[in-house]
Design a protein. Structure first.
Length: 143
């Protein structure tokens, strides 16, 4: 998909080029190269000096893993590139979906649980205090 959208975009860029289109095309190529290199690095096994397997690498098809998000970036880049070369340069704005999704994942997994966690109930606090008092009483009875 990335190769097809890249080649179609390059063919159209040869005939209808503008400076912004060239810059965005080069940025898309950098995103492709960076994403693929990152996936190669993640999935590469690591060995010790003696040849024993230390880490088998990350499964890129693991659901919910970072490999899934990197593949989403490649698909988003291919879609932006294809739509912007065929229809309008305004489709490059679809790249703003990537930081929006990153913020959504940050909110959903880290920030929202932190902000909206339940405060400890009074009964839990009271039971802890009661246990502490009982321990003190037992200590005083022993001495």
């Amino acid at each position: 998909m990335a190769i097809i959208s890249n080649s179609i975009s390059l063919i159209i860029l040869v005939f209808y080029n503008s400076p912004i289109s060239i810059v965005l095309y080069l940025f898309a190529c950098a995103v492709y190269i960076g994403s693929y290199q990152f996936m190669v690095y993640m999935s590469k096994p690591k060995y010790t000096e003696s040849g024993q397997l230390l880490d088998s690498g990350v499964d890129l098809n693991m659901e919910g893993g970072i490999g899934e998000h990197v593949k989403d970036i490649i698909i988003l880049t291919a879609g932006c590139q294809l739509l912007s070369s065929v229809v309008s340069n305004y489709f490059w704005l679809l790249w703003l979906l990537a930081p929006a999704r990153g913020f959504w994942l940050l909110w959903k997994n880290i920030l929202a649980p932190y902000f909206f966690q339940q405060a400890p109930t009074d009964s839990e606090v009271e039971s802890k205090k009661q246990k502490k008092i009982e321990r003190r009483m037992r200590r005083q009875q022993v001495h």
